[in-house]
Design a protein around this ligand. Structure first.
Ligand code: ATP
Ligand code: MG
Length: 425
């Protein structure tokens, strides 16, 4: 026997029945996005490396050590996207979308790739649904996308997420803060871990994003960016908070929340759970008012977020429990090989007559008993059996599989009405 091939570490297959939970979750999220008038954008998974280097920032973990970058056959440097925002801005500019819709609300879904150490909640291929909005500078849109996420948790039945909020101000304010922060960490140089010593030189704000428990005390006493903000940034943040207060959305202001990417400014936020262990952020985002210009466009305010579907799904499963999964609602069974064609025909007719009902046709093979076992395992409510007697009398044998009533032979002509009742359609 040949050696069996395996998936790459940290890149997971999503197989049934778990794939049904994914589908359900994605459909619900998309429903909410539609309800807010967001439009889908579909983007390539590969981009020129420069798209990410320029936007995410070359001192970030992502660009420093997490990107899958390689030269293709022409020697061009390409990268598997580690996130969605950079490619989205690139595409918005390339297609001049802002000339047509100066206020643009977009969403995307797809796989992202980061070469991190695989562990629970952290994979090398993972999936995000994200939102990006352009052209809106005021606090209203900041609040809208947070309200949108809050609605999503309600509709998914997810409880107990904590909303953390902060403001990162604008570049000039961060420069002043950066100086103060450098001074503070330099004064405590001996306590810094290796990573933080590097960050101190490259970008001291990054130290606030440390995941090292030994560093948290030091970080907690560091100066706060809020104290370095000008009135305009302060007022923007206060306005976002007051809209959320009025809407009854609870949040915690966390002055250490900095996010792992360079392009953020002003409002940043994360939705965090304590139920998933160390990897507790299920959704994260913020403003990136300087990025569009940095990517070659006109100065354009922007704000967005991305949620990690693996983490969201795990939380959903933990809180809502196992959902019974089934392949079909109806299962059509041929009593013998001679009836295969008739069952396929019946299944097609039922798909015409009963829209939205899932009809599985067992394409023959094996005894009736074996097939009935398969029908039962499919999770279907009802089996419809076609044998020679049924064909001769233009009837179908209907067998409830989940214990609602007895098997009965029914005229083919009344099948639709009977099924409508039995399946409570
Ligand atoms: P973290 O602090 O957990 O490393 P991040 O700041 O790198 O997150 P973002 O780039 O903001 O994360 O991505 C948004 C969301 O995508 C995260 O909140 C998380 O839910 C999810 N995510 C990020 N990296 C991974 C990964 N390697 N595996 C699974 N989900 C991920
Ligand atoms: Mg990360």
């Amino acid at each position: 026997m040949k050696e069996q091939l395996r998936a790459i570490r940290g890149m997971n297959d999503i197989v049934p029945p778990l794939s049904a939970r994914w589908q359900h979750l994605e459909q619900q999220v998309v429903g909410v996005l539609n309800a807010y008038g967001y439009q889908q954008i579909r983007l390539p998974i590969l981009e020129q490396t420069g798209v990410f280097e320029r936007s995410i920032g070359d001192t970030t973990d992502i660009v420093q050590k997490e990107m899958y970058t390689f030269a293709d056959r022409n020697g061009e440097r390409l990268t598997l996207r580690p996130e969605g925002t950079a490619g989205c801005v690139r595409a918005v500019l390339e297609h001049g979308l802002l000339n047509v819709q100066p206020h643009l609300r977009l969403w995307y879904i797809g796989a992202m790739f980061r070469h991190e150490r695989p562990q629970k909640g952290r994979y090398r291929q993972f999936h995000q649904i994200g939102v990006e909005t352009y052209g809106m500078a005021g606090p209203g849109i900041d609040a809208e996308i947070i309200l949108l996420t809050a609605r999503l948790w309600r509709e998914l039945g997810i409880n107990g997420l904590r909303l953390e909020l902060n403001t990162l101000g604008v570049a000039a304010e961060r420069e002043r803060y950066r100086a103060a922060l450098s001074q503070y960490f330099e004064a405590h140089y001996e306590v810094l871990d290796e990573d933080s010593k590097l960050r101190l030189v490259r970008n001291p704000l990054r130290i606030l994003d440390t995941k090292n428990p030994a560093m948290l005390g030091l970080v907690a006493n560091a100066p706060s960016l809020v104290d370095y903000l000008d009135p305009e940034s302060r007022e923007h943040f206060a306005a976002v908070c007051s809209i959320l207060n009025a809407a009854g959305v609870a949040y915690v202001v966390n002055p250490r929340l900095v996010r792992g990417l360079d392009y953020y400014s002003k409002t940043v936020f994360e939705w965090i759970t304590t139920e998933l262990g160390a990897q507790g952020t299920v959704c994260a985002g913020g403003r990136y008012d300087a990025l569009v210009e940095l990517m070659g466009g006109k100065p354009t305010p922007a704000i967005g977020f991305a949620m990690g579907l693996e983490r969201l799904l795990e939380l959903h499963a933990a809180q809502t429990g196992d959902q019974p999964s089934s392949e079909a609602d109806l299962c059509v069974v041929a009593a013998g090989d001679a009836e295969t064609a008739a069952t396929l025909r019946l299944a097609e007719d039922l798909r015409d007559d009963l829209r939205g009902v899932r009809v599985l046709c067992l394409c023959g093979g094996g005894s009736l008993k074996t097939q009935m076992k398969r029908a039962d395992r499919s999770g279907a409510q009802v089996a419809l059996i076609v044998g020679s007697e049924e064909l001769a009398s233009d009837t179908i044998t209907l067998k409830p599989l989940r214990g609602q009533g007895d098997q009965q032979r029914v005229p083919r002509a009344s099948l639709r009405d009977i099924l409508t009742k039995v399946l409570a359609l």
